[in-house]
Design a protein around this ligand. Structure first.
Ligand SMILES: C[S@@+](CC[C@H](N)C(=O)[O-])C[C@H]1O[C@@H](n2cnc3c(N)ncnc32)[C@H](O)[C@@H]1O
Length: 330
């Protein structure tokens, strides 16, 4: 954590535990950036961190298990190979039950039953195994609770990584000069953190919000450029100055998704020498009349619509509503 808010991770965990035990025993401190209640988000983060830590513990101890993609965590490491007998039992439990991490949620938070977490283990774990899994869960939960976007909190790079989501990371590898538009609201946890991890030589960040951009200056390299501007103005300036970027990333909001992805495509591809990564909302695939995984269909439809000869090289689901797409000039 670069700067803490009102509560540290352990205090958040303690308050959540009291809340889970008796919802009336503790009042939500409303410590969010907009003075909003924080318990719902703390709970989501604690559960996400706890489950991630269990999966990382299983991955580290038992590489043979099929598991979802790796998350960045340290918490589980203290528990790896601590007790061979208990480890062996947990491997057996995990092999027969791919919902082990979910089932621990119910063990930790009995009151959460209404959220449809699967009940009852296939085989009941021994008290020792259950205790170890619960400890791993708690450690992961506390690691995730370090940054919950409360007022005043500025996360470290590691904490941002923990909260990062799906991104087409192959497309950013080896890119030297990057432009990230619409990057600031969540301090770049959706996109900029992945660009940072690819170690480019130079990055320009553009957003019209000055406060989070100022906070990003404390997180990312001081050699990067932080531009507080409307994106269209930033694109015009870059065009006038004849700048070019290997990589352009745009995480634009839905109301201007088509404007950025289609109307601005000629200008963006003029600045972009390699890859353009941007948001496509589901409605945009419908508008084009092309399925989200039909790369050649998308290439043809967008070339026809924008007049820019492009090739789609990847689409990646971010949520039910939106995909990342990777576009290159033909
Ligand atoms: C979905 S958020 C992006 C979050 C960001 N990628 C992250 O991971 O933190 C959209 C961002 O677009 C910015 N934005 C919206 N309209 C803009 C515009 N016309 N020019 C510049 N930035 C804009 C908002 O300030 C917000 O930071």
């Amino acid at each position: 954590m670069i700067q803490s808010g009102r509560f540290n991770a352990l205090a958040k965990w303690e308050m959540l535990c009291r809340f889970w035990a008796d919802q009336n025993s503790v009042t939500d401190p409303c410590a969010g950036r907009f003075n909003e209640p924080v318990f719902p988000r703390w709970q989501d983060d604690a559960i996400a961190g706890g489950k991630a830590a269990i999966r990382e513990y299983l991955r580290a101890n038992f590489p043979e298990l099929p598991l979802p993609p790796r998350r960045h965590l340290q918490a589980h490491k203290a528990f790896i190979h601590r007790d061979d007998t208990v480890d062996g039992e947990i491997l057996r439990l995990a092999k027969e039950d791919d919902q082990l991490a979910d089932k621990i949620v119910l063990e930790m938070i009995p009151g959460i039953k209404e959220k449809n977490y699967p009940a009852s283990f296939v085989t009941e774990p021994s008290p020792q195994a259950l205790r170890l899994i619960q400890q791993v869960f708690k450690a992961g939960a506390i690691e995730y609770l370090r940054w919950t976007e409360d007022a005043g909190e500025i996360p470290s790079i590691h904490e941002l990584r923990c909260h990062a989501a799906a991104f087409p990371i192959e497309a950013v590898q080896g890119q030297r000069k990057a432009l990230c538009l619409f990057c600031a609201l969540f301090l770049g946890r959706s996109d900029v953190i992945h660009v940072y991890d690819a170690s480019p030589e130079h990055v320009t960040l553009v957003d019209r919000l000055s406060d989070p951009l100022e906070e990003m200056k404390l997180i990312y390299p001081s050699s990067w450029e932080y531009v507080c501007s409307d994106y269209s103005e930033a694109l015009r300036m870059a065009t006038t100055r004849q700048l070019s970027y290997d990589l352009v990333v745009a995480d634009q909001p839905e109301p201007i998704a088509k404007e950025v992805a289609w109307d601005c495509l000629p200008m963006i591809m003029n600045l972009c020498t390699d890859s353009f990564i941007t948001n496509y909302f589901v409605e945009m695939f419908t508008d084009l009349g092309v399925a989200c995984d039909d790369l050649s269909g998308l290439s043809q439809a967008v070339t026809l619509r924008t007049g820019v000869e492009v090739v789609f090289t990847q689409t990646m689901k971010r949520s039910d509503a939106v995909y990342w797409v990777v576009i290159r000039r033909k």
